[in-house]
Design a protein around this ligand. Structure first.
Ligand SMILES: Nc1ncnc2c1ncn2[C@@H]1O[C@H](COP(=O)(O)OP(=O)(O)OP(=O)(O)O)[C@@H](O)[C@H]1O
Length: 455
């Protein structure tokens, strides 16, 4: 696919059309199927924005509401409450005829089952939406799309004469030929072998990067999701997490945790990462001193790294420990007695001063994890990071919120909430704010702007 300029991406030369604002948006979207005893709540208040020119994957356990969300966004299924916008059009204000027209003119669809008409050639299938609308194809755009999906030599073939991958590429070209503002793809590679799937996904990704297309794709496949710019995760009808620049392994890990949490199981214990996650500072209880003036255990000193204490044999009370890294890694002042770096005020007793082989730290730290059960399930967030459930931190309300002072400037705001915790949205008022920027209202945080733009 030929490189195009930024102005091309805006549709100046026939690329996807763009309105103002975002390509699609859901605001407090809920969906309930049925009523009374048989009611099924599929979506529980989704706030989500899809900016133009991005490729977003929607993932989540079976039954989490992925297809329902996509159908509501695409105007195929009405919301129960809340609102959905395509561009700046509020779908709830459209009648059936207007909705049909909007879908035809402004939305492209790609389905798992290709949905091609077997009696039409590939070229006729591609132009079908335009024919139905009584519009003539923009030949230049059509050629570009056909070239991009590599179908030029196959345009006169009928679907039964094409491989699965080729058929899906016809479907991709059909979705793009109307220059839609947004394309919804429902498991587009679900029926393809991995090589054909990769071809289709590469095309989708390139159409975003090089043509400025906006794509939203539901998938179960972490590899497929890794082609996207960002993955959003649903569980039990709620948005529970997001991952920018996904890799298959990272997506797979996240999905495993989501599955386990949805089943009410403990998530796998993460490997303790001493560099990334310093142990929780102990509760200040006041020092106790021996008759030489050394602390004797009034503090659970084993929770401190050994290099915070005087080296072996060092008995000088004036010892000043290394600078308090916890401050630079996000632990606020106050975690330590006195609220600042170590000053030698509380020299440590015990093994932490006397074992140069281990520094007296790691082995004790490991032991303390199992002794205290520090890493139990309720304290592990969806990113596998330790959090303190009792501590809502500066990002408040988020039962598993991993952002905040625990991870400080490196906080990512994973924020998975237990499936049984239905009483409030995980993205409620003070929900997210970490460096990934899940800040309600602005879609931006202190660091990297959130590309999906949580509303
Ligand atoms: N037409 C319907 N009538 C009643 N319940 C429905 C209907 N469609 C979906 N549901 C229910 O809504 C919930 C969400 O379904 P949805 O198909 O959106 O999930 P999903 O994440 O796409 O699942 P999967 O990955 O298995 O396709 C499920 O509990 C499902 O049983």
């Amino acid at each position: 696919m030929a490189r195009r300029t930024a102005s091309d991406r805006d549709g100046a030369r026939g690329g996807p059309r763009r309105g103002r604002g975002s390509a699609a948006r859901a605001s407090r979207l809920t969906k309930v199927y049925g009523s009374g005893d048989t009611a099924v709540t599929a979506l529980r208040g989704i706030d989500l924005t899809f900016p133009y020119g991005r490729f977003t994957a929607i993932m989540g356990p079976s039954g989490s509401g992925k297809s329902t969300l996509m159908h509501c966004l695409a105007g195929l299924d009405p919301a129960t409450t809340g609102r959905v916008f395509i561009g700046d059009v509020d779908l709830s204000r459209l009648n059936d005829r207007q909705l049909t027209q909007l879908r035809r003119d402004r939305i492209g669809f790609i389905f798992q089952q290709f949905n091609l008409l077997p009696t039409l050639t590939a070229a006729e299938n591609i132009t079908l939406p335009l024919d139905i609308a009584g519009r003539k194809p923009d030949q230049k755009w059509m050629r570009m799309v056909v070239d991009a999906v590599g179908l030029a030599p196959r345009l006169n073939h009928r679907p039964p004469e094409l491989s699965g991958g080729q058929q899906q590429r016809v479907a991709c070209a059909r979705a793009l030929v109307t220059r839609p503002e947004i394309v919804f793809a429902d498991e587009p590679t679900g029926n393809l072998d991995s090589r054909s799937g990769a071809e289709v996904l590469s095309f989708l990704r390139d159409s975003v990067r090089e043509l400025g297309q906006t794509i939203v794709m539901v998938t179960h496949d972490p590899t497929a999701a890794s082609y996207s710019d960002e993955v959003i995760f649903l569980a039990d009808g709620r948005l529970v997490d997001a991952m920018a620049e996904p890799t298959p392994d990272a997506v797979l890990d996240r999905m495993k945790n989501l599955d386990a949490l949805v089943r009410g199981e403990a998530v796998p214990e993460p490997e303790a990462d001493y560099d990334d996650l310093p142990p929780e500072p102990p509760e200040p209880r006041g020092p106790e001193y021996d008759d030489r003036g050394y602390a004797t255990g009034g503090y659970p000193t084993g929770s401190y790294p050994a290099d915070h204490y005087p080296p072996a044999g060092y008995h000088n009370e004036d010892y000043a420990g290394p600078a308090d890294e916890r401050q630079s890694t996000g632990y606020g002042a106050g975690g330590y007695p006195g609220g600042g770096p170590h000053t030698g005020e509380y020299p440590s007793p015990g093994p932490y001063r006397g074992d140069p082989r281990t520094g007296g730290y790691a082995s004790h730290f490991e032991a303390s994890q199992s002794d205290t059960g520090r890493f139990d399930a309720s304290q592990i967030d969806a990113r596998g990071r330790y959090t303190d459930p009792a501590d809502t931190g500066p990002f408040g309300h988020d039962r598993y919120g991993s952002a905040g002072r625990h991870t400080g400037t490196r906080g990512h705001g994973g924020g998975y909430r237990a499936p049984d915790d239905h009483d409030r949205s995980p993205y409620d008022a003070s929900g997210h704010g970490g460096t990934r920027g899940y800040e309600r209202g602005t879609g931006r945080g202190a660091g990297r702007a959130n590309p999906t733009g949580w509303a």
